[in-house]
Design a protein around this ligand. Structure first.
Ligand code: 5AD
Length: 374
């Protein structure tokens, strides 16, 4: 049985009364504390390549854009990973466009080297790669894989993700394969994609629960001017169009915490981009428990513009780290140590939670129902 009904999720997504929403956020905060504690886990994001074979209608890395591209060298990736250790991070996230120039065996060697040299957990976010490649990287001890499904609505998905030749893009099937390979799996959506309705966003959140995701990333859609969705036509947007507002994102994060109580949820850079002042904190107070500071070397950052105006892009990793730590401390929370995975212990937990232990039972662990206000 789902933790929240479709109607309850829809109700909360449409709720605009600030006092009622404060209750939702407070509830998500409570569930977060009860299930994943007060630690904020730091995942150092290394954007290893800006090449991409896809043409996603929203993304600044889409292949059709002619612009300078880069692919980091082995040494550059290892140097960035070592800096993650120095900054006290427990995880690195290697992210890129869908770049088959990142050769599977080459990357596997880099992963093994990171694993041999450091205590880091490794998350991959490299798009829809082939099952054999995903297996090779898992064998090289990559721990987690992020692949946002962006929207659970098949028609909207198809409209914004042109097919690449005859290949079928089925990210949900791929997420299941990733789980079968032993990865912790993460997915997520953008809030406010042109054409996204409240119904669709409610179903996205229901899908997070039914996939039993280990990680869920949620951020606002941010129009990139050099993409087909660069100038969304506000005049023709339907009445049921989900806005890209901060509140809308926070509602989605909070509801996700309620339906996926154990998941790791980042307070995203995209959220910080629409509210540079305290968007990050609002995420952490609405159910999130992860930050993903950027560790990509300075010369490459400007070339990895998935969307424009990315927050903190000019801050070097040390500055960024101390700013984020101050923000965490001001909230009375702590910086997590260790890998901080759903099924791996962190140093602050006294008992390791091992992957072999049974998963929580949805019935037994169901949070008590939220009161729906009139
Ligand atoms: N606005 C916000 N998020 C975006 N992403 C891609 N393009 C945009 C955009 N224009 C997100 C997608 C992708 C993740 C890496 O970045 O959700 O999965």
């Amino acid at each position: 049985m789902p933790r929240l009904t479709h109607e309850e999720i829809l109700h909360w997504l449409r709720e605009e009364n600030p006092a009622a929403l404060e209750q939702l956020f407070a509830r998500a905060d409570e569930v977060r504390r009860a299930h994943v504690g007060d630690d904020i886990h730091m995942r150092g994001l290394i954007e290893i390549s800006s090449y991409c074979v896809r043409q996603c209608h929203y993304c600044g890395l889409r292949m059709a854009r002619s612009m300078p591209r880069y692919r980091m060298s082995r040494e550059e990736i290892l140097t960035a990973a070592r800096s993650a250790v120095e900054l006290g991070f427990g995880t690195v996230v290697l992210q890129s466009g869908e770049d088959f120039g990142i050769e599977a065996a080459w990357l596997a060697e880099v992963l093994r080297t990171i694993k041999n040299e450091t205590p880091l957990a490794i998350t991959l976010s490299l798009g829809e790669r082939l099952p054999d490649e995903l297996r090779l990287w898992r064998d090289a001890e990559a721990d987690r894989y992020l692949l946002r499904f962006e929207t659970s609505d098949p028609a909207l998905y198809a409209a914004i993700h042109p097919r690449r030749g005859a290949a079928i893009s089925d990210r949900i099937a791929l997420l299941r394969e990733l789980r079968a390979l032993g990865y912790e799996i993460g997915s997520g959506v953008m809030v406010g994609i042109p054409g996204q309705t409240y119904e669709m966003l409610a179903r996205d959140i229901e899908l997070f629960e039914s996939l039993d995701l280990d990680m869920v990333g949620i951020g606002p859609f941010l129009a990139h001017p050099d993409t087909p969705l660069g100038a969304p036509d506000v005049a023709t947007a339907g009445a049921d169009q989900v806005p890209t507002s901060e509140w809308m994102v926070l509602k989605a994060v909070a509801l996700t915490r309620l339906v996926c109580p154990e998941a790791n949820l980042p307070s995203t850079t995209a959220l910080a981009t629409i509210n540079t002042l305290d968007g990050r904190e609002h995420g952490l107070q609405s159910g999130a428990n992860v930050f993903m500071p950027i560790l990509t070397p300075a010369p490459y950052r400007q070339m990895y513009q998935i969307y424009p105006g990315k927050a903190c892009i000019d801050e070097d990793a040390t500055q960024c780290n101390s700013c984020l730590r101050e923000r965490i401390e001001r909230l009375g929370r702590a910086v997590g140590t260790g890998p901080g995975g759903r099924f791996t212990c962190t140093a602050s937990q006294s008992l390791p939670i091992l992957r072999s232990q049974p998963r929580f039972s949805p019935q037994k662990d169901r949070p008590s129902p939220l009161v729906i206000l009139p």
